[in-house]
Write a protein that binds this ligand. Sequence first.
Ligand code: ADP
Length: 359
Amino acid sequence: MTGENEVKDSFEQFFNKTPMGVHMYQLKSDGQLIFTGANQAADKILGVDNTNFIGKTIEEAFPPLAETDVPDRYRKVASTGRPWYTEQIAYENRGISGVFEVHAFQTSPGKMAAMFTDITARKLAEEALTRYAVELEESNNIKDLFTDIMRHDLLNPANVARTMAEIALQEEEDPNIKEVLTTIFDANERMVELIEDASLFASLNEEKKISLKKMDLSPVIKHAEGVVKPMAEKKSVTLDLNIERSHFAVANPVIYHVFYNLLSNAVKYSPNGSTISVVVEDVDAGLLASFSDSGIGVLDADKEAIFERFTRVDKGGVEGAGLGLAIVKRVVDGHGGRVWVEDNPGGGSIFKVLIPSSQ
Ligand code: ADP
């Protein structure tokens, strides 16, 4: 077998082996569209022996199509030569059903072919994806609503209760009542902190990009130290800040929460009377801030997990919600930076944060 025959043979093979179904038609002068043949895939897809229908009109051969605009579309293709594509043909006949994608094209004047594949699975997957996207948006809206409720409707009364307990505590003389008021004050303080942390965490949506610009982080770290100082003084913990000059990085003011959380953790997990030292250095990759404490330390096995939401390990009796380091990690990630914990050689831990100095 040579030349033309070989080519013809391979086209025939292609025609019969292709997984796409092919139906062929001829348009008669009376407007009837006559079915002239099909390939093997068409038999397989539709579960029929298509040769039975040769010579019949499209409407007789495939009754479900008579209900649609497909016969007219095909007639136009056969007469004008303009191809037609659709992926919307829902077909149900002789126990076969599905959604089909069809390419219809003229093969010679008055003749046309329709190539089709069953895309039911793809359509179902697309529908599921669309449904999922809608559900996701709804659940995001609910999350936003819940965050708003937390910030506006829960935080205010919690703050009021805390302030009232504080005022009553200052005026009360009876030690028993003072103890009760202290418990109320502490519980409210924790509640306010938790509401603030949870709504901050929720607002740091992973999808939303944090806007960054070059800024001096030295005053930000000093501000965090000022806020944590009263807490440190209660435990006679010394905050040793070695920041003499400006240190620039590409950051967003939300970075404050990183320094605040690392400093307040250092105080929380340190023994009374100890010292916490903060060192800031300019390194090649950016700004490196280290927070060293001599507290309870973090086991190697927990060094990564503690940065996950709600993970609390050895707490040394300290209260908390396990959100602080998750906030730290999310903010640092949003800056393209890195945060990790190392052992402090003298006991305790050193939390290190690297914030890039260029974008
Ligand atoms: P919380 O302090 O509210 O529990 P965090 O997310 O801030 O939540 O911290 C998670 C856990 O990491 C803490 O429960 C604690 O076990 C550990 N941890 C955090 N900071 C320190 C630290 N400076 N020293 C020892 N352990 C720490």
